[in-house]
Design a binder for this molecule. Sequence first.
Ligand SMILES: [Zn+2]
Length: 167
Amino acid sequence: MTKTTTAKTPKIENLDVKEALLAERYPERGIVPGSLLPADFEGNPFPGKQTLEITCCEPGCGETRRIATQDLFQVSRCEACTKAAKRAKKNAGKAPRKAAIGKLTEEERDAIRALREEIEILKGGRLIAEKAAHREGEMAEASFEFELKSEEARIEREAREDELAGV
Ligand SMILES: [Zn+2]
């Protein structure tokens, strides 16, 4: 942070020089001549900072705005145009899709709606199918176990029969 300079308030000549230098450095800002004010002027909206007025860059606006000199590099619009620009930027991303949907015929919209419904049904169907497959798998495993046990039992029985027959 810069030191406070309450003891040495910049002289008006210095402000004029500074304003001229800033105007040279930021010609596109349309700095209003004589608008640079010292940091300690009464009612300063940016306490402790020198301020000046710029002319809004939006064509046909012409509104002026008082800003801190430190913000010169990033502020080029009046407040209303800044808000409008932000809104426009926010909406720019949504515009293509919205425009594309807007161009669809009623038939195409119906087709999309039907597709969405179909997808929902398929999703539901897949869930049922997965559950059924799982159940089938369990049953297949159970029946395999059963067969295995029966087979073992059969072998055991045959072995015992052979034993009894004295083979
Ligand atoms: Zn403006």
